[in-house]
Write a protein that binds this ligand. Structure first.
Ligand SMILES: [Ca+2]
Length: 359
């Protein structure tokens, strides 16, 4: 969380190391945490009513994850999954919509609260010294472009802990939401997203629901738009063009978030299922979850209920999907529908948002 974000400041060197380890991570089966497979009755009936701003995704089967070379270890192996029908927001939750929630409820987001030293230490590596009082301020991590090429394993080069950064001030106290009403809300923690969803009578999607919807009816395609790799001249989503993190050509027109609906919808009529902002899912984040699934069966409505993220082993991380405006092929290519990511549930960042689903 932002606690953890402060923690990040102290533990960034370790972070870089575990990031590298992620690529080769293999955990003994016995030490891995269980995956809960929840079998529900299929809900095939297409609703006769409509819900404004939402799309009905009929139940169906698909191949979750990938065995492709482009995929990261946590996306493998590919396996067959069935999900029941559900409604999903056409777009990421916007600043305008999030403001309605805050005005109706008086909700205060995680990034607006002053963290305690205890909260920070609870997620810090053992032996981490208590942060000085002057460091205990409300804030969040903001992406900051570097002056030149840097070690891509060292997140601290481009993530700046920024006091006063929150959903209303995406780049810090000097920034605001003028002209960004239709941009996705950012700096929202998983806790914030869940609170919004409850208020809206919705919930966060499972990873399986999210990926099924993101694929938009395409079969085994690497991207939500098909198989064509994006480039400076072939723009499909708000990602990063150029050299990360020091030169952004903005071939897609946006250095940071873009208004929702700026790019073509996928086959299900959903916008920004690739890029723009990472989207929280309901699942705990476990990098090894797929390795324990029974690939000989079609798995119904899988959901991960315990986390393991070697980059952040002390946090009960939650899953995120879709990649963000910071993703490019050179760095992570995680704007692909099978790509997965995790973050501590009490952390928001300047490239993290969400959308909701409804039964
Ligand atoms: Ca962009």
């Amino acid at each position: 969380m932002k606690n953890n974000l402060l923690t990040l400041g102290a533990g960034l060197a370790a972070f870089a190391i575990v990031f590298a380890l992620t690529k080769v991570w293999k955990m003994p089966r016995a030490e891995r945490l269980d995956v809960t497979l929840t079998a529900k009755q299929p809900t095939d009936a297409t609703p006769t009513a409509t819900i404004p701003g939402m799309v009905w995704i009929a139940s169906g089967e698909f191949t979750m994850g990938t065995d492709a070379e482009l995929g990261w270890p946590e996306e493998k192996p590919a396996h067959r999954v069935r999900v029941d029908g559900f409604w999903i927001d056409e777009t990421e939750v916007t600043n305008s919509r999030f403001r309605e929630f805050v005005e109706a409820t008086g909700y205060v987001t995680t990034a607006e609260k002053v963290p305690s030293a205890e909260e920070i230490l609870a997620q810090s590596p053992p032996g981490t010294p208590a942060p000085p009082k002057e460091k205990l301020v409300a804030g969040s991590l903001v992406f900051t472009m570097t002056d030149g090429a840097v070690d891509l394993k060292d997140y601290s080069q481009w993530w700046q802990w920024t006091p006063g950064a929150n959903w209303k001030h995406p780049e810090g106290p000097e920034s605001d939401l003028d002209g960004r009403e239709q941009h996705p809300v950012v700096h929202v923690s998983w806790d914030d997203a869940v609170s919004f969803a409850k208020w809206a009578g919705k919930r966060l999607p499972t990873e399986a629901e999210w990926e099924f919807a993101a694929r938009g009816g395409l079969i085994d395609q690497p991207y939500v738009w098909g198989d064509e790799a994006p480039s400076d001249t072939r723009v499909f989503a708000n990602i990063w063009q150029g050299e990360f993190p020091h030169r952004n050509s903005q071939a897609d027109g946006f250095a940071r978030t873009a208004p929702v609906r700026s790019f073509k919808a996928n086959g299900c009529g959903l916008f920004d299922m690739a890029g723009n902002v990472w989207e929280w899912c309901s699942d705990a984040y476990d990098v090894g979850a797929y390795g324990r699934r029974d690939g000989s069966k079609v798995i119904a409505n899988p959901q991960v209920d315990r986390s393991f993220d070697p980059r952040n082993p002390r946090a009960a991380s939650r899953a995120q999907r879709g990649g963000s405006f910071l993703c490019n092929d050179q760095y992570c290519s995680r704007y692909r529908p099978s790509a997965r990511h995790g973050l501590s549930p009490d952390t928001g960042m300047s490239h993290v948002g969400f959308r909701c689903v409804k039964n």
